[in-house]
Structures are given as structure tokens and as C-alpha cells.
Design a protein around this ligand. Structure first.
Ligand SMILES: [Zn+2]
Length: 65
């Protein structure tokens, strides 16, 4: 049988094979990952913000009538 493939995972940015203990392959990918996380956080805040606005509009409608 073929020899066992050493346990590995893939870089979350570029998909290169890396040891299981790592999540990203290089400093460059780490930086890209960080900016991706920031963007994602911003999107989450935006989503919560718009939900809050919609709820506020509903509440104002209920109060107005
Ligand atoms: Zn990478």
C-alpha cells in the first residue's frame, strides 16, 4: 500500500499544505488573514447596525399607531 501521508492541513489563505500546528503558511498570508478578519468584523457590525435600525423603525411604527 502507499505510504501514509503525514498529517497536514491547508493554509486558509492560499491553500498550501502546512503542518497541523500551523493555520497559515507565511507572514504575508497572516497579514492577509488579519485584514480579512477586520473586514468580516466590519460586516458583522454593519449587519447588527441595520437590524437595529429596522427594529427601531418597527418600534416607531407601533408607537405611532
Ligand atoms: Zn498561504
Amino acid at each position: 500500500m502507499a505510504e501514509k501521508v503525514a498529517q497536514h492541513t491547508h493554509c486558509q489563505i492560499c491553500g498550501k499544505s502546512i503542518p497541523v500546528s500551523e493555520t497559515l503558511c507565511s507572514e504575508e498570508c497572516k497579514q492577509r488573514y488579519q485584514s480579512l478578519l477586520k473586514k468580516r468584523k466590519l460586516l458583522v457590525y454593519l449587519m447588527y447596525g441595520s437590524i437595529f435600525v429596522v427594529l427601531l423603525l418597527f418600534a416607531m411604527n407601533i408607537l405611532a399607531y
